[in-house]
Design a protein around this ligand. Structure first.
Ligand code: FES
Length: 117
């Protein structure tokens, strides 16, 4: 069966472990924030500030294989993470992770405190 209508070579995959421990593979779009991909695929994430780096409700743990492949966090992100629950060395705010083809296969786990509602 042909899949010519859709060029999978351009897909960026984002793997997310949700608050129930379920692993989900999402298709991301270059230029979107990881938080936006997670939110728009209907995976529950608090993200109250909508990506303004103001709420820490998009806190995730980055898979160890990926930690060093992400751009370093800004001062603003580090300050905001200080206010998050259960911060670990691999903690990041998913609204500050810009999806690019280089991040194809990025794996994140939603952290405590980022549950919606
Ligand atoms: S969505 Fe609020 S800090 Fe990321």
């Amino acid at each position: 069966m042909s899949e010519l209508a859709h060029d999978h070579a351009t897909d960026i995959r984002l793997v997310v472990v949700d608050h129930q421990g379920q692993r989900r593979a999402l298709t991301a779009v270059a230029g979107w924030r990881a938080m936006e991909v997670i939110r728009d695929w209907g995976v529950g994430i608090k993200a109250e500030c909508g990506g303004a780096c103001a709420c820490a409700g998009c806190h995730v743990y980055v898979d160890p294989d990926w930690v060093d492949r992400l751009p370093a966090p800004s001062e603003e992100e580090i300050e905001r993470l200080d206010e998050a629950l259960a911060v670990e060395p691999n903690s990041r705010l998913s609204c500050q992770i810009l999806m690019t083809p280089a991040l194809d296969g990025l794996s994140l786990t939603l952290a405590p405190g980022s549950e919606p509602g």
